[in-house]
Design a protein around this ligand. Structure first.
Ligand code: GLN
Length: 492
């Protein structure tokens, strides 16, 4: 018998509209599923009381004829979005006990459309990571396994809790944030859809900052249609974020059925990196064939500065992080560790409150911004970033979308890369360039590895052309016909 938690966002919306279930019933079903999935460690905070209350309010609104785009749909929220009166941790010890007195714009938009908050999902500390292993609250386990038993695989990161929750049907959809790949890479590693919109499409207000010139919120869902529905509710201009763009939010769902006939898809040679597994290369080729078969024209494009993207990102992102994280000093938020004097208190709080990866980023960031090295590193990185954006601008004068793999490998084992930051950073090699250029990208589950794990393909689009990205993603999804689901070993 199919369960209520089998309903994705579009399915839940339709079932609620037809009166086949109430939001309260749907929400209870998800809360039970979350309760039985503690082994995944996908949530930092679960909010049963609040969720049921919000669901009842939604049911009452529906009765009164008020129906938002996500009316009654239960969602999980990455614990980087501030939620009013609800513990918000960024998965860091330094934010112990922090309950914001305000709501992030993105989550406020979701509640404004009737969505229900199930809980806050686990992530890498301050969204720094590609495996969800830097969380103070411990690693998230990927619902996917190698042989039906828990293989201890990472779900990707930093939005690993959201990705795992979507893959394991613990929510209808979830929010993520993507600074260098944190929505798209975990989506690829968990067989889910993850979309990073154009920088400026979703407000950053009330989202805990990592690297402000790169951070973007986006949807993590089971299907491309759900991504379109959710993005429409999240996006929009916000005067409280000066980098949020005042441009209309189109009807993304209406854009889905356009097909790829008549579109030109670019394939960048520079993404054929050394040591990429043959199965990733083959999947990419398969993706090209699928789009061609549906009437798209495929062209090789050149993104010559791609090889500088990772080193550039690992200067720009830590520089901004070191500045953003300066505010955590034991005075205003969360943890305070006493010291002999105020400097001692700052030092003790930061020493105890931040984990190793966050400290590494603060050290790198402070170094590249220091007077003696600013020109050599930070300024140089900013110039290279501009060149990377120019590469994309040139490519997009010729093509509508760019197709690449999302990640260079499937999910890997917990602990296998924690002592090797460079190999960890390499997981974002295909997602970071679009982040530096501020462009929208989607990861669509497209196939399986020989070891039985999901693999994703990425489509990158022109700035503010999420409609074409979604349209291409929908076509890819139809062709791939990926319907795999992990077997629920975690259910207690
Ligand atoms: N993995 C990358 C990093 O650690 C990207 C993280 C993100 O997008 N938030 O910086």
């Amino acid at each position: 018998m199919s369960q209520l938690t089998d309903l994705d966002i579009a399915g839940a919306r339709d079932a609620l509209a037809k009166g086949e279930c109430s939001s309260e019933e749907l929400t209870s079903a998800y809360l039970e599923a979350i309760d039985a999935a503690k082994a995944l460690n996908a949530f930092i905070t679960v909010l049963p009381g609040k969720a049921i209350e919000m669901a009842k309010e939604s049911d009452a609104r529906r009765k009164a004829g008020e129906v938002g785009a996500l009316e009654g749909v239960p969602l999980a929220i990455k614990d980087l979005f501030c939620t009013e009166g609800v513990l918000t941790t960024a998965a860091s010890h330094i934010l112990d006990g922090f309950t914001p007195p305000y709501e992030s714009t993105v989550t406020a938009n979701l509640w404004g459309q009737g969505a229900v908050l199930l809980g806050k999902t686990n992530l890498d500390e301050f969204a720094m990571g590609s495996s969800n292993e830097t969380s103070y609250y411990g690693p998230v386990r990927n619902p996917w396994t190698l042989d039906g038993a828990d293989a201890g695989l990472v779900p990707g990161g930093s939005s690993g809790g959201s990705a795992a929750a979507v893959a394991a049907n613990l929510c209808a959809g979830a929010t993520g944030t993507d600074t260098g790949g944190s929505i798209r890479q975990p989506a690829a590693l968990t067989g889910t859809v993850g979309m990073k919109p154009t920088y400026g499409r979703c407000s950053r207000w009330g989202t805990i900052a990592f690297a402000s010139s790169l951070d973007q919120a986006g949807p993590m869902t089971r299907t491309v249609r759900d991504a379109a529905i959710m993005l429409g509710a999240m996006a929009g201009h916000d005067p409280k974020d000066s980098t949020s763009i005042d441009t209309p939010v189109p009807d993304y769902e209406a854009a889905l059925e356009g097909g790829v006939k008549g579109l030109t898809i670019g394939v960048p040679d520079e993404y054929r990196i050394d040591g990429m597994p043959k199965e990733i290369e083959d999947l990419w080729q398969q993706g090209i064939e699928w789009l061609k078969a549906q009437g798209a024209e495929v062209k090789t494009v050149s993104l010559t500065r791609t090889k500088y993207a990772l080193p550039t990102y690992y200067i720009v992102a830590p520089a901004e992080a070191s500045s953003n994280l300066a505010r955590y000093d034991g005075v205003r938020y969360g943890l305070r560790v006493p010291g002999d004097d105020i400097t001692g208190m700052y030092e003790n709080t930061r020493a105890e409150g931040f984990g190793a990866e966050v400290k590494r980023r603060i050290l790198i960031g402070t170094y590249v911004l220091s007077a003696g090295y600013y020109d050599a590193y930070y300024l140089q990185a900013q110039k290279v970033r501009t060149l990377i954006a120019q590469d994309f601008a040139e490519a997009f004068s010729d093509v509508d979308l760019i197709l690449t793999p999302t990640a260079p490998e499937p999910a890997f084992g917990i602990g296998t890369k924690t002592d090797d930051p460079l190999s960890m950073y390499l997981n974002d090699v295909f997602t970071v360039p679009a982040s530096l250029a501020g462009l929208p990208g989607i990861s669509v589950p497209s196939g399986m590895s020989a070891s039985g794990l999901p693999l994703g393909l990425q489509l990158i689009g022109k700035a503010f052309d999420e409609e074409t990205v979604l349209r291409g993603g929908y076509a890819l999804e139809q062709a791939a016909g990926f319907t795999g689901k992990p077997s629920p070993w975690w259910r207690s």
